[in-house]
Design a protein around this ligand. Structure first.
Ligand code: PSU
Ligand code: MN
Length: 307
């Protein structure tokens, strides 16, 4: 690959050079996951949380066809204001966004890919894409799952959203050889809520154990990511019954309007936020910030000499 297109900020370059901990952040969550100005406030605070922990944030996006690792405040503001007018960019979109010199907000898959090109090992986000309900009709399976199967980055998230088919998402991750760790939990968190009937592969209560497991996987030459699922803090958790009702309504509306493909996840997130009078958006913001904090602890362990 012609790495001229890879544009790493000075702050991130400096951290790479000195083997300091870095955590990657995605940009679709800014452009498509939340409305302005909450998206900008959330993105700025995510970076602040990492810096406070002594970790360098590396927000990733594509701007003017360059794969940017580490954004300026102006660049973050631009993406936040432009919102859904920016192209939601997953792995398949990268070639034309770069060749035509366009702007792209990167999803989990594209962010993982670009993070790995920059040798960044830890990435914090809210939720990943997965196997959608009704998959036997739609074949809608997020390419985030494929990326987790082949790109060496550990992703800290709050599990999979109940808008997805959770058992099928877990089966798919197993097929792709992706280890699913529960951070201080035995069961897969469901994004807005912490409990579920689905066990994770292994529970780990210490960031050091997680960092060691990452290192072991890649030292063994096993390709692919690791999914670290971190439950939403109790005080911000939503009522599961209210949540399921909101999800059900959102899915019905989506089917009525025949919304398909890459539009589905942003549509469902917005509908659920409206249906819950913004409560789901608040929960979303809190869980992202908590994931940044946990990702920072894992990154610090991963880059520590003693590991
Ligand atoms: N889940 C969220 N917020 C988001 C996304 C998922 O709670 O912003 C975004 C992420 O960027 C993820 C993408 O990678 O949606 C998945 O999209 P799709 O389902 O179209 O693969
Ligand atoms: Mn899809």
């Amino acid at each position: 690959m012609n790495l001229d297109v890879l544009s790493i900020s000075n702050e991130v370059k400096e951290a790479l050079l000195h083997h300091k901990p870095i955590v990657a952040l995605e940009s679709t969550i800014i452009s498509h996951g939340m409305p302005f100005p909450k998206n900008l406030e959330t993105a700025k605070k995510a970076e602040q949380i990492l810096r406070k922990e002594g970790v360098t944030p590396a927000t990733i996006a594509i701007l003017n066809g360059k794969l940017k690792v580490g954004l300026t405040l102006e660049e973050l503001t631009y993406l936040a204001k432009k919102g859904r007018k920016v192209i939601k960019t997953s792995r398949r979109d990268i070639p034309y966004i770069v060749s035509l010199g366009l702007d792209g907000a990167t999803t989990v898959s594209a962010t993982m890919l670009i993070a790995s090109l920059a040798s960044i090992k830890v990435f914090a986000t809210g939720g990943i894409g997965g196997v959608h309900r009704g998959v036997s009709e739609t074949m809608d399976i997020s390419c985030d799952l494929e990326e987790l199967g082949k790109t060496n980055v550990a992703v800290v998230c709050s599990g999979a959203k109940a808008i997805l088919d959770i058992p099928k998402t877990l089966e798919y991750l197993e097929t792709k050889g992706v280890l699913v760790i529960g951070y201080k939990t035995d069961v897969l968190p469901l994004f807005y809520t912490s409990k579920s009937p689905y066990p994770v592969n292994i529970r780990m209560d210490h960031p050091k154990e997680i960092a060691k497991t990452m290192k072991t996987k890649w030292d063994l030459g096993l390709k692919g990511g690791i999914l670290i699922t971190n439950p939403i803090p109790k005080e911000y958790e939503m009522d599961p019954v209210e949540m399921n009702n909101a999800i059900q309504k959102a899915i019905e509306k989506m089917n009525e309007r025949k919304i398909i493909g890459k539009e589905t996840t942003p549509f469902l997130l917005e509908e659920i936020a409206n249906e819950t009078q913004g409560k789901s958006l608040d929960a979303n913001i809190h869980l992202v910030h908590h994931n940044c904090y946990v990702a920072a602890q894992i990154a610090k362990e991963y880059y520590s000499e003693k590991l």
